[in-house]
Design a protein around this ligand. Structure first.
Ligand code: HEM
Length: 228
């Protein structure tokens, strides 16, 4: 019990919670991206015989979304995701408050020469990503999954991305997400694993490549839809 209590009260415990929830969210982002890339499949690819002769991106995207809502194991995973996002945000706030308290008015010499600007601004980047997720969920998730006021998700997403300012908000959110992931994925492995020093350099490189691929692929979706 004492162990459990200490697990999330100590700074190591908090960092581990941050790492586990962060990596789970990163995993969700891969699946979410694959699903949303359906939106930009060119018309010329249809009908796709391999998927039962599906006739358009419209049909395919709505069938995929329908499946997500009506398959209970996915609903369970979605709840784990919501809890992870909230826990990640609260944990980040607690770690920041604790760090600020620890610094107090002590004289500190900070060496920034080996760290990146984005690793020093994870709080700001995380806040931008958090605001983005809030807007994003209000636009799609709330209307489709919670209120049920929208039934054609493809139409909803396409109409939403026909507004230039929405595309701009998404680009800003996704750029912040890319930088947040670049440091977050590396840092999560550092918190969780006892890797040899050489291995951390490889992980840093993989985290960077991962975040670039994710950010670029997410960023092109609203742009392609806007110009389609
Ligand atoms: C730009 C491309 C994106 C598109 C087209 C898109 C589309 C959607 C749609 C239509 C939904 C509601 C249906 C559903 O719940 O699956 C949704 C949910 C969601 N999106 Fe996105 N999304 C995009 C990017 C992102 C990004 C970058 C994030 C995170 C930073 C994100 C986080 C979420 C979350 C957390 C949910 C709720 C998931 C759930 O209830 O299962 N999305 N997205």
């Amino acid at each position: 019990m004492a162990f459990k209590k200490g697990l999330f009260k100590t700074s190591v415990g908090r960092k581990n919670l941050m790492a586990v929830t962060g990596l789970f969210i990163a995993f969700f982002l891969i699946i979410h991206l694959i699903g949303n890339l359906i939106l930009v499949i060119p018309d010329s690819w249809f009908p796709i015989e391999f998927w039962g002769g599906v006739e358009s991106a419209h049909d395919m995207y709505n069938a995929y979304s329908h499946f997500l809502v009506h398959f209970w194991p996915i609903t369970l995973v979605a709840w784990i995701l919501y809890i992870s996002i909230i826990a990640h945000a609260i944990d980040a706030l607690l770690i920041t408050l604790n760090n600020n308290k620890a610094k107090g008015d002590k004289y500190q010499v900070t060496d920034n020469s080996t760290s990146t600007w984005y690793s020093r601004n994870m709080g700001v980047l995380g806040t931008v990503v958090g605001l983005f997720i809030f807007i994003h969920m209000a636009q799609f998730w709330l209307k489709y999954k919670v209120l049920g006021t929208e039934h054609d998700l493809y139409d909803l997403v396409v109409t939403t991305f026909k507004q230039w300012w929405v595309v701009l908000v998404y680009e800003i959110g996704i750029i912040a997400l890319g930088f947040h992931l670049a440091h977050g994925v590396e840092s999560a492995h550092r918190s969780l694993g006892a890797y040899p020093k050489g291995m951390m350099r490889v992980i840093k490189y993989i985290a960077l490549c991962f975040s670039i691929v994710m950010a670029v692929l997410y960023a092109i979706i609203p742009i392609i839809i806007y110009f389609k």
